[in-house]
Design a protein around this ligand. Sequence first.
Ligand SMILES: [Zn+2]
Length: 207
Amino acid sequence: MAEFKTHLTGGMITGISIALAGNLFLGLNPVQTCAVFLMGSAGGILPDLDSDSGKPLAILCSQLSVLIPALLVDRISRDVNNSPEFLISYFVLSYFFINNIICEIIKKVTTHRGIMHSIPFAFLCGGGAYHLFMPSGRHMAIAAGAALFSGCIVHLVLDELESVTIKFGVIPVIKKSCGTALKFRSSSGLATAFIYILTIFLFIKIS
Ligand SMILES: [Zn+2]
């Protein structure tokens, strides 16, 4: 497994590249450019959501616990008064629910280098980001989806590169972990089917 710093750097470089391309060719404004950069960076660490310990999971969970409620607040507050008591209850409870319950469930049900380290999972993330940013227009949705997808793919490639080491300065040795990151399915048929069904459903919804 490549180190957290390596993954974050890979994600940030991916994010900067796609954000700049989006700014130059799709006419994204500075805030949108920044958001695309952040999506690429998040993609760089997202597949490690399945590693039970350490920084990636802690960082991702705490960020998702703030980001998801923030992104959904407009839709949810349509039917309720946007009062201070609603906002406090909504954000505190959502944070607790996602950070302490959802993330704990993810920890329990996922195995490292399982389906989250796979190409269909990268497509699912990209499709999810596209869908999420659609209210900001097609160009923003494409850039955000491409950034998250590419960040995930870069993560998987970096993990695969880590599975080759050089011994005695010249002899390439392939570790057992080779092929466990950049793959189309996991050893769990159920998890694989679940991700494929979700991805297909998302892409049908998008098209
Ligand atoms: Zn990984």
